[in-house]
Design a protein around this ligand. Structure first.
Ligand code: SAM
Ligand code: SF4
Length: 464
């Protein structure tokens, strides 16, 4: 296991980047506009900007980069918690083993299928499945079975899950091979904090206390053949500037070793959680303005890496950060196993943390549609094998945008036809009409019109 995060180097980089001159900052902003990404030194300079005017320039450049690569699409997903039993004791998490008042729940196979049917009947096509960390093979076997159940559960109205990403404890190579065989999309895992001392304090017990085992999880996942991996840091534990540079160092390490960086970066921010001291009083709280800058700098540094925002954030924060870099969002989430089942909605005593956005999927879709974003349920790349390096090779010349926009509109139309409320359908269909009109290439417009007509005639799951 190879260590590739050096705390001293990151701290020195931040020190030497303090008080950058406006011309240096603008030079870096201009370089980011070439869409080739930024090195850690350049990212450090952007993170050290204090001047509000320069900060606005950073956000505006990130906005342009987001639009150039992703357009105004937002890919939608829902988390599905299968169990909240955990043998670790992370100081920020409601699932920690010392939380004796948490109601412990491990869903049965039938309960998992029921949760999946509920999510499908809301219109979800992509899941992020996750659970607490438990020692031994049995819990992992059950998780693999849960993935199979979720893929195999359909509703009468054609509801189906088409891609499952997972967020489970780091495995050895054999374990990752089993996840790969279970047909997962992305393997997601957050380092939580890249700062070694803070990591030690926050993870006092259990397997998760081993920083290096966690840090090298993505290396093992990729060696086991998982093409798409998603990294993240839990903002609020340590200095956010350090964490951004940690994330970028991690991305660079994977890129250098495997020829492709992470598929996604997540930016969770600490939320209050039951009996979790570090969540009740975050050691390094991140303001909304700094949070926006985090998203903007990551977008500029790794322009082709998807960026994920969860319902931890309040709607007004979500709206702000969508503009500067987010490409995937969760909606209508519950963080307690069984939380989607109607009888369990108020079961906060089993939840991992509190949510900032408690709106339903349809309410979120209406809101983002009104803001001009295209909600996407697309799963085409993963199903056509456009993953890992193949995805990046396509993404870099901008081809992916062409596919993604068309696929996004088609899956949006499926949602509008099958699941939307009257109001969302009205707003959405108007947006689809505008998007067709705005499609410049005659061939693409014709294809889109033809496919949308087929969807309206009842065909489903069309993609290019
Ligand atoms: N147990 C596995 C693990 O720790 O990697 C699986 C994922 S855990 C259920 C999901 C993530 O939730 C953690 O990696 C952590 O970053 C995040 N999390 C935990 N407590 C949180 C809190 N109070 N606020 C926000 N996010 C939190
Ligand atoms: Fe367990 Fe994960 Fe929560 Fe830590 S973050 S206590 S490992 S569920």
């Amino acid at each position: 296991m190879e260590e590739f995060i050096n705390d001293g180097d990151i701290i020195e980089l931040l020190d030497t980047s303090k008080n950058p001159s406006p011309s240096r900052v603008r030079e870096i902003i201009a370089r980011a506009g070439e869409l080739k990404g930024l090195g850690p030194e350049e990212a450090a300079v952007l993170l050290q900007v204090e001047d509000p005017e320069l900060n606005d320039e950073i956000c505006s450049a990130a906005h342009d980069i987001k639009n150039a690569i992703y357009g105004n699409r937002l890919v939608m997903f829902a988390p599905l918690y299968t169990s909240n039993y955990c043998s670790n004791n992370c100081l920020y998490c409601g699932f920690r083993r010392d939380n004796r008042t948490l109601k412990r729940v491990a869903l049965t196979n039938e309960e998992i299928a029921e949760e999946v049917r509920i999510l499908e009947s809301q219109g979800h096509k992509r899941l992020l499945m996750l659970c607490g960390e438990q020692k031994g093979r049995k819990a992992f076997d059950s998780f693999i079975e849960a993935i199979e159940i979720a893929y195999g559960t359909m509703t009468d109205r054609g509801g189906e899950i088409r891609r499952i990403n997972v967020e489970v404890a780091p495995q050895d190579i054999e374990g990752f091979k089993r996840l790969k065989q279970a047909n997962i999309g992305t393997y997601v895992l957050f380092q939580e904090t890249y700062h070694h001392d803070t990591y030690r304090i926050m993870h006092p017990a259990g397997q998760k206390a081993d920083y290096l085992w966690r840090l090298t999880a993505m290396d093992r996942a990729m060696e086991a053949g998982i093409d798409d991996v998603g990294i993240g840091a839990l903002f609020g534990l340590y200095d956010y500037k350090f964490e951004v540079l940690g994330l970028l160092s991690h991305a660079m390490h994977l890129d250098q070793k495997f020829g492709v960086g992470p598929h996604t970066i997540s930016v969770p921010r600490l939320e209050p959680a039951l009996n979790a001291p570090a969540a009740i009083k975050p050691p390094n709280p991140v303001s909304d303005a700094d949070f926006k800058r985090i998203v903007a700098v990551i977008r500029m540094a790794v322009p082709y890496t998807g960026m994920i925002l969860s319902t931890r954030e309040r709607p007004e924060v979500r709206r702000e950060v969508f503009k500067v870099g987010i490409s995937q969002i969760s909606a209508g989430s519950r963080t307690n196993p069984g939380g989607y089942h109607s009888g369990n909605e108020g079961m906060d005593d089993a939840a991992q943390f509190n949510l900032g956005d408690t709106r339903t999927l349809d309410e979120v879709i209406l809101d983002i549609s009104q803001e001009g974003h295209i909600p996407s349920f697309c799963t085409a790349c993963y199903r056509l094998g456009r993953t890992g390096k193949d995805f990046m090779d396509l993404a870099k010349p901008g081809l992916i945008r062409k596919f993604c926009r068309t696929n996004a509109i088609m899956t949006y139309q499926e949602y509008l036809s099958d699941y939307a409320s009257e109001e969302t359908k009205r707003v959405g269909e108007e947006l689809v009409r505008r998007l067709i009109k705005k499609t410049k290439k005659a061939g693409t417009r014709k294809l889109l019109e033809e496919r949308l007509a087929r969807i309206k005639n009842g065909e489903r799951d069309l993609y290019i």
